[in-house]
Design a protein around this ligand. Structure first.
Ligand code: ZN
Length: 145
């Protein structure tokens, strides 16, 4: 896929040819991470060569889209146009491989609810052909919904 100048990436997205799938993946509601066909390691951010075994047999594979907040910062100034402060930047460790850390925003909760080790799951901010992966706190199965 090539990038349509009429429909540029939103916000901070700057996709490379290898990572563009990541920003498109949410079209079917699934998060995808690049995976090596040689050593089966997950690779993020995506690149042209596996950093572990140097294979070029790389392809996106769906992941559960669940993880844990490893670290976060609260931004209260509008450093980036389009971001309404306050907002939370976080690194989310994926359940498939905690060494994979997704830089993202935490949404769908109060700032005070965001915490290290909070369980989160992906959602997508749809913007034209782009689907920005964001994470919200995982809903607990309490049965009183
Ligand atoms: Zn590999």
């Amino acid at each position: 896929m090539s990038i349509d100048p009429e429909n540029p990436p939103p916000r901070f997205i700057s996709p490379s040819p290898e990572s563009e799938f990541y920003w498109r993946s949410g079209a079917d509601g699934k998060l995808r991470i690049q995976r090596c066909g040689g050593c089966r390691r997950w690779i993020h951010p995506a690149g042209p060569v596996c950093p572990y075994c140097h294979s070029r047999d790389l392809a996106p594979e769906p992941v559960a889209g669940t993880g844990t907040i490893a670290t976060f910062t609260v931004n209260r100034k509008e450093w980036i146009p389009g971001f309404e402060p306050p907002y939370v930047f976080a690194l989310v460790e994926l359940d498939e491989d905690p060494t994979i850390r997704i830089s993202t925003n935490i949404v769908g909760c109060e700032i005070d609810e965001v915490a290290i080790d909070l369980r989160v799951e992906v959602e997508f901010e749809h913007n034209g052909d782009w689907f920005v992966p964001l994470f919200h706190p995982m809903v607990h199965a309490t049965g009183d919904d």
